[in-house]
Design a protein around this ligand. Structure first.
Ligand code: ZN
Length: 138
């Protein structure tokens, strides 16, 4: 019998660009779901943030932010900036993606040793960012 469980994490961000580790929240949500086998969707309902899975090493976390900035060029004269000064963050969200999907096997979220789960803030600081965790399985 398939079950569906969800929780929403609410958090605030402190910087314009920031990686926020949400791994323990996601793993605890999977445990609370009591679903043994299925999938876990981690989704940020925002057009200027993204979700990634990668290593929690401070140098690498800075490197990822540096690369995202090079890619999305916050200082460029984007058209959207005439109404809202965050075109770079929309572009970053569009190319990185708003969600990641993980297998759930034997009650545990499956991820690599060097795959922590991060919310990627690209238009902070924000007083409220949501991350929806949905677990589907049995
Ligand atoms: Zn905008």
């Amino acid at each position: 019998m398939c079950k569906i469980y969800h929780e929403t994490l609410q958090l605030s961000t402190k910087h314009r660009f920031e990686l926020i580790d949400i791994t323990s929240f996601v793993e605890e949500a999977v445990a609370r779901s009591r679903i043994k086998n299925g999938v876990c969707i981690v989704f940020a309902p925002h057009a200027t943030a993204a979700i990634i899975a990668n290593e929690r090493e401070p140098g690498l976390m800075q490197d990822i932010i540096t690369f995202i900035k090079e890619l999305v060029q916050p200082e460029r004269n984007w058209r959207h900036n005439t109404i809202d000064d965050n075109a770079h963050a929309h572009i970053g969200s569009a190319i990185i993606g708003s969600e990641r999907v993980f297998p759930v096997i034997n009650g545990k979220l499956v991820r690599g040793t060097w795959q922590n789960i991060f919310l990627v803030e690209m238009d902070g600081p924000r007083s409220l960012r949501n991350v929806v965790v949905m677990v589907i399985g049995e």
